[in-house]
Design a protein around this ligand. Sequence first.
Ligand code: MBD
Ligand code: FE
Length: 283
Amino acid sequence: IDTLTNTAAAASGASASASFRTNEVYSGAAAGSSTERVDAVARALLKAVHRVIDEHEVTYPEFQAAKKWLMDVGEVGEWPLFLDVFVEHAVEEVASRSQHGSKGTILGPYYLPGQVQLTSPATLPARPDEVGTPLVFTGRVTDLDGSPLTGATLDIWHADSDGLYSGFAPGLPEGNLRGVVTADAEGRFEIRTIQPAPYQIPTDGPTGALTRAAGWSPWRPAHLHLLVSAPGHRTITTQLYFAGGEHLEDDVAEATKPELVLDPVENASGERVAEYDFALERD
Ligand code: MBD
Ligand code: FE
Protein backbone atom coordinates (compact mmCIF):
# COMPACT_ATOMS: atom_id res chain seq x y z
CA ILE A 1 0.00 0.00 0.00
CA ASP A 2 1.63 3.17 -1.23
CA THR A 3 0.52 6.14 0.81
CA LEU A 4 3.09 8.90 0.36
CA THR A 5 2.27 9.75 -3.26
CA ASN A 6 -0.73 11.91 -2.27
CA THR A 7 0.71 15.20 -0.96
CA ALA A 8 -2.65 16.30 0.46
CA ALA A 9 -2.65 13.21 2.64
CA ALA A 10 -4.66 13.26 5.79
CA ALA A 11 -4.82 16.95 6.78
CA SER A 12 -6.69 16.13 9.99
CA GLY A 13 -4.30 13.38 11.01
CA ALA A 14 -1.29 15.64 10.40
CA SER A 15 -2.78 18.54 12.42
CA ALA A 16 -3.29 16.09 15.28
CA SER A 17 0.49 15.60 15.44
CA ALA A 18 1.12 19.32 15.89
CA SER A 19 -1.62 19.49 18.52
CA PHE A 20 -0.18 16.53 20.42
CA ARG A 21 3.22 18.18 20.79
CA THR A 22 1.86 21.42 22.31
CA ASN A 23 -1.24 20.30 24.17
CA GLU A 24 -1.01 19.89 27.96
CA VAL A 25 -3.83 17.36 28.02
CA TYR A 26 -1.31 14.82 26.65
CA SER A 27 1.25 15.63 29.37
CA GLY A 28 1.73 12.01 30.44
CA ALA A 29 4.46 12.10 27.76
CA ALA A 30 7.34 12.06 30.29
CA ALA A 31 6.26 8.94 32.14
CA GLY A 32 9.52 8.58 34.11
CA SER A 33 9.24 4.79 34.17
CA SER A 34 12.04 2.82 35.87
CA THR A 35 14.56 0.70 33.95
CA GLU A 36 12.74 -2.41 35.23
CA ARG A 37 9.41 -1.14 33.92
CA VAL A 38 10.80 -0.19 30.50
CA ASP A 39 12.54 -3.57 30.28
CA ALA A 40 9.37 -5.49 31.17
CA VAL A 41 6.99 -3.61 28.88
CA ALA A 42 9.31 -3.09 25.89
CA ARG A 43 10.46 -6.72 26.03
CA ALA A 44 6.87 -8.03 26.19
CA LEU A 45 5.90 -5.79 23.29
CA LEU A 46 8.77 -7.01 21.09
CA LYS A 47 8.06 -10.60 22.08
CA ALA A 48 4.44 -10.18 20.99
CA VAL A 49 5.65 -8.87 17.61
CA HIS A 50 8.04 -11.81 17.23
CA ARG A 51 5.24 -14.25 18.08
CA VAL A 52 2.93 -12.75 15.43
CA ILE A 53 5.70 -12.97 12.80
CA ASP A 54 6.29 -16.59 13.76
CA GLU A 55 2.63 -17.63 13.91
CA HIS A 56 1.70 -15.91 10.63
CA GLU A 57 5.00 -16.75 8.89
CA VAL A 58 5.49 -13.11 7.90
CA THR A 59 7.72 -12.86 4.79
CA TYR A 60 10.57 -10.46 3.91
CA PRO A 61 8.42 -8.50 1.41
CA GLU A 62 5.75 -8.11 4.10
CA PHE A 63 8.35 -6.98 6.66
CA GLN A 64 9.74 -4.34 4.27
CA ALA A 65 6.22 -3.16 3.34
CA ALA A 66 5.41 -2.82 7.04
CA LYS A 67 8.61 -0.81 7.56
CA LYS A 68 7.64 1.58 4.77
CA TRP A 69 4.11 1.91 6.14
CA LEU A 70 5.41 2.75 9.63
CA MET A 71 7.72 5.40 8.11
CA ASP A 72 4.76 6.84 6.15
CA VAL A 73 2.60 7.13 9.27
CA GLY A 74 5.32 9.19 10.93
CA GLU A 75 6.10 11.32 7.88
CA VAL A 76 2.47 12.39 7.36
CA GLY A 77 1.97 12.80 11.11
CA GLU A 78 -0.71 10.18 11.66
CA TRP A 79 0.71 8.52 14.77
CA PRO A 80 -1.67 10.34 17.17
CA LEU A 81 -4.59 9.45 14.92
CA PHE A 82 -3.53 5.81 14.53
CA LEU A 83 -2.71 5.27 18.20
CA ASP A 84 -5.89 6.93 19.49
CA VAL A 85 -8.01 4.89 17.08
CA PHE A 86 -6.38 1.47 17.56
CA VAL A 87 -4.60 1.53 20.92
CA GLU A 88 -5.97 4.17 23.31
CA HIS A 89 -9.04 2.12 24.27
CA ALA A 90 -6.82 -0.53 25.88
CA VAL A 91 -5.00 2.09 27.99
CA GLU A 92 -8.33 3.65 28.98
CA GLU A 93 -9.74 0.27 30.02
CA VAL A 94 -6.78 -0.22 32.39
CA ALA A 95 -7.14 3.32 33.80
CA SER A 96 -10.89 2.91 34.32
CA ARG A 97 -10.32 -0.10 36.64
CA SER A 98 -9.38 2.33 39.43
CA GLN A 99 -11.97 5.00 38.66
CA HIS A 100 -15.38 5.51 40.26
CA GLY A 101 -18.39 7.53 39.18
CA SER A 102 -19.56 8.05 35.61
CA LYS A 103 -17.79 5.95 33.01
CA GLY A 104 -15.27 7.55 30.71
CA THR A 105 -13.73 6.59 27.41
CA ILE A 106 -10.87 7.69 25.18
CA LEU A 107 -9.87 11.31 24.55
CA GLY A 108 -8.96 10.93 20.88
CA PRO A 109 -6.71 13.24 18.82
CA TYR A 110 -8.98 16.28 18.35
CA TYR A 111 -9.16 18.02 21.75
CA LEU A 112 -8.11 21.68 21.79
CA PRO A 113 -7.76 23.62 25.07
CA GLY A 114 -8.65 27.27 25.61
CA GLN A 115 -12.03 27.36 23.87
CA VAL A 116 -14.71 30.02 24.43
CA GLN A 117 -16.06 30.12 28.00
CA LEU A 118 -19.85 29.96 28.21
CA THR A 119 -22.41 29.87 31.01
CA SER A 120 -25.33 27.45 31.02
CA PRO A 121 -27.74 27.71 29.21
CA ALA A 122 -25.23 27.95 26.37
CA THR A 123 -25.03 27.61 22.59
CA LEU A 124 -21.83 26.31 21.03
CA PRO A 125 -20.23 28.48 18.35
CA ALA A 126 -21.44 27.39 14.91
CA ARG A 127 -21.14 28.64 11.34
CA PRO A 128 -23.97 30.90 10.13
CA ASP A 129 -24.75 28.15 7.61
CA GLU A 130 -24.15 25.24 9.98
CA VAL A 131 -26.33 22.33 8.90
CA GLY A 132 -27.56 19.56 11.17
CA THR A 133 -30.45 18.69 13.44
CA PRO A 134 -30.58 20.98 16.51
CA LEU A 135 -29.53 19.14 19.65
CA VAL A 136 -30.08 20.19 23.26
CA PHE A 137 -27.75 18.41 25.66
CA THR A 138 -28.86 18.78 29.27
CA GLY A 139 -28.23 17.21 32.67
CA ARG A 140 -26.48 17.52 35.99
CA VAL A 141 -23.01 17.20 37.49
CA THR A 142 -22.94 15.74 41.02
CA ASP A 143 -20.58 13.98 43.42
CA LEU A 144 -20.88 10.23 44.04
CA ASP A 145 -23.70 10.85 46.59
CA GLY A 146 -25.74 12.87 44.12
CA SER A 147 -25.00 16.27 45.70
CA PRO A 148 -24.66 19.07 43.12
CA LEU A 149 -21.15 20.21 42.27
CA THR A 150 -20.99 23.99 42.13
CA GLY A 151 -18.47 25.33 39.62
CA ALA A 152 -18.65 22.25 37.40
CA THR A 153 -17.52 22.76 33.80
CA LEU A 154 -18.13 20.79 30.63
CA ASP A 155 -15.42 21.19 28.01
CA ILE A 156 -17.24 19.90 24.92
CA TRP A 157 -16.19 19.39 21.29
CA HIS A 158 -17.64 17.46 18.41
CA ALA A 159 -17.62 16.98 14.64
CA ASP A 160 -19.99 18.82 12.31
CA SER A 161 -22.62 17.24 10.06
CA ASP A 162 -19.83 16.21 7.66
CA GLY A 163 -17.94 14.46 10.47
CA LEU A 164 -15.18 17.13 10.49
CA TYR A 165 -13.50 18.77 13.52
CA SER A 166 -12.62 22.49 13.61
CA GLY A 167 -8.92 23.15 14.15
CA PHE A 168 -7.99 19.96 12.28
CA ALA A 169 -9.93 19.70 9.03
CA PRO A 170 -9.13 22.66 6.74
CA GLY A 171 -11.71 25.38 6.07
CA LEU A 172 -13.65 25.40 9.35
CA PRO A 173 -13.73 28.48 11.61
CA GLU A 174 -11.50 28.30 14.68
CA GLY A 175 -13.38 27.10 17.76
CA ASN A 176 -16.38 25.87 15.78
CA LEU A 177 -18.56 23.41 17.76
CA ARG A 178 -16.26 23.72 20.78
CA GLY A 179 -16.79 25.41 24.14
CA VAL A 180 -16.25 25.30 27.91
CA VAL A 181 -19.63 25.55 29.64
CA THR A 182 -20.00 26.32 33.34
CA ALA A 183 -23.01 24.65 34.95
CA ASP A 184 -25.30 26.50 37.37
CA ALA A 185 -25.07 26.38 41.19
CA GLU A 186 -27.02 23.08 41.23
CA GLY A 187 -24.63 21.54 38.68
CA ARG A 188 -27.27 21.75 35.95
CA PHE A 189 -26.32 22.42 32.36
CA GLU A 190 -28.08 22.98 29.03
CA ILE A 191 -26.02 23.13 25.86
CA ARG A 192 -27.44 23.85 22.40
CA THR A 193 -25.59 22.55 19.37
CA ILE A 194 -26.19 20.39 16.30
CA GLN A 195 -26.19 16.62 15.93
CA PRO A 196 -22.71 15.47 14.79
CA ALA A 197 -22.31 12.97 11.96
CA PRO A 198 -20.39 9.69 12.24
CA TYR A 199 -16.61 10.09 11.88
CA GLN A 200 -14.57 8.42 9.15
CA ILE A 201 -10.80 7.95 9.44
CA PRO A 202 -9.14 10.10 6.71
CA THR A 203 -9.03 7.87 3.64
CA ASP A 204 -6.06 9.59 1.95
CA GLY A 205 -3.35 8.68 4.48
CA PRO A 206 -1.62 5.50 5.66
CA THR A 207 -4.15 4.81 8.45
CA GLY A 208 -6.99 4.85 5.93
CA ALA A 209 -4.88 2.76 3.54
CA LEU A 210 -4.45 0.09 6.22
CA THR A 211 -8.20 -0.09 6.92
CA ARG A 212 -8.83 -0.47 3.16
CA ALA A 213 -6.10 -3.07 2.68
CA ALA A 214 -7.42 -5.08 5.64
CA GLY A 215 -11.08 -4.70 4.69
CA TRP A 216 -11.93 -2.96 7.99
CA SER A 217 -14.64 -0.38 8.51
CA PRO A 218 -13.05 3.11 8.88
CA TRP A 219 -16.03 4.50 10.84
CA ARG A 220 -16.75 5.72 14.36
CA PRO A 221 -20.33 6.32 15.50
CA ALA A 222 -21.46 9.95 15.91
CA HIS A 223 -20.31 11.27 19.29
CA LEU A 224 -19.90 14.24 21.61
CA HIS A 225 -16.53 14.56 23.39
CA LEU A 226 -16.48 15.90 26.96
CA LEU A 227 -14.09 16.72 29.76
CA VAL A 228 -16.29 17.13 32.85
CA SER A 229 -14.57 18.84 35.79
CA ALA A 230 -15.35 20.27 39.21
CA PRO A 231 -13.07 21.68 41.92
CA GLY A 232 -11.64 18.88 44.11
CA HIS A 233 -12.90 16.15 41.81
CA ARG A 234 -11.41 13.87 39.18
CA THR A 235 -12.00 15.09 35.63
CA ILE A 236 -13.96 12.63 33.52
CA THR A 237 -12.85 12.22 29.91
CA THR A 238 -15.76 10.77 28.00
CA GLN A 239 -17.77 10.52 24.80
CA LEU A 240 -21.51 10.19 24.37
CA TYR A 241 -23.10 8.32 21.48
CA PHE A 242 -26.64 8.21 20.07
CA ALA A 243 -29.08 5.31 20.42
CA GLY A 244 -29.87 3.70 17.09
CA GLY A 245 -26.96 5.46 15.37
CA GLU A 246 -24.75 3.83 12.75
CA HIS A 247 -21.50 2.11 13.82
CA LEU A 248 -22.41 1.87 17.51
CA GLU A 249 -21.66 -1.85 17.28
CA ASP A 250 -18.55 -1.59 15.06
CA ASP A 251 -16.66 1.50 16.26
CA VAL A 252 -13.19 1.26 14.67
CA ALA A 253 -11.80 2.84 17.87
CA GLU A 254 -13.62 0.32 20.15
CA ALA A 255 -14.52 3.20 22.46
CA THR A 256 -18.27 2.73 22.95
CA LYS A 257 -19.75 1.52 26.24
CA PRO A 258 -23.41 0.81 26.95
CA GLU A 259 -23.39 3.49 29.69
CA LEU A 260 -22.42 6.17 27.16
CA VAL A 261 -25.43 6.12 24.83
CA LEU A 262 -27.81 9.10 24.70
CA ASP A 263 -31.41 8.60 23.65
CA PRO A 264 -32.65 12.03 22.52
CA VAL A 265 -36.38 12.81 22.41
CA GLU A 266 -37.90 15.47 20.18
CA ASN A 267 -39.42 18.51 21.95
CA ALA A 268 -42.26 20.77 20.76
CA SER A 269 -39.85 23.01 18.78
CA GLY A 270 -38.40 20.07 16.83
CA GLU A 271 -35.11 20.00 18.75
CA ARG A 272 -33.69 16.70 19.90
CA VAL A 273 -33.20 16.79 23.67
CA ALA A 274 -30.67 14.44 25.24
CA GLU A 275 -30.29 14.18 29.00
CA TYR A 276 -27.24 12.85 30.83
CA ASP A 277 -25.97 13.11 34.41
CA PHE A 278 -22.33 12.95 35.49
CA ALA A 279 -21.15 11.72 38.92
CA LEU A 280 -17.57 12.70 39.78
CA GLU A 281 -15.35 11.13 42.47
CA ARG A 282 -13.12 13.20 44.79
CA ASP A 283 -9.46 13.45 43.82
C1 MBD B 1 -12.04 10.81 16.54
O1 MBD B 1 -12.99 11.74 16.35
C2 MBD B 1 -12.02 10.20 17.73
O2 MBD B 1 -12.94 10.56 18.63
C3 MBD B 1 -11.07 9.22 18.00
C4 MBD B 1 -11.05 8.53 19.29
C5 MBD B 1 -10.13 8.88 17.05
C6 MBD B 1 -10.16 9.50 15.84
C7 MBD B 1 -11.11 10.47 15.59
FE1 FE C 1 -14.07 12.22 17.96
